[in-house]
Design a binder for this molecule. Sequence first.
Ligand SMILES: [Fe+2]
Ligand SMILES: [Fe+2]
Length: 139
Amino acid sequence: MSKEILLKDLNEDLAAELGTIIRYNYQAGKSFGLLGTELREMFEDEIKDELGHARFLTDVIVDLGGEPVTNPKSFDKSVDIKEMLEVDLRMEEEDVKNYLQHSKDAEELGFVELKMKLEEMSADEAGHARELRRLLKGL
Ligand SMILES: [Fe+2]
Ligand SMILES: [Fe+2]
């Protein structure tokens, strides 16, 4: 593991966070009816978390001498609620895995704060995934 590889990975994480913010914003706008009300609330809460993650990653990338990306990762634009939530669940689970791996990589390089923070972000994403599973069970 090198700092350069970690920087590349953190930039991929950042692009994923930017994509999630845009995806949740889009999906909130496309959620209608009674279930839609619950979804909009969840998306709004999670957008705040993802924005916090994106802000942290941006600061860390700059601090490590990298150049933060500004282009979001693209996503499947589904308007079917079940499909939408399944995409979200898949992406959150991917984030859990990526943050755990990058946390280990940061530890290997001796970046203690980064290691702990990435682990915490992995736990945040696991919480988002749990919330999505709960909603999907009702569909
Ligand atoms: Fe996130
Ligand atoms: Fe998330």
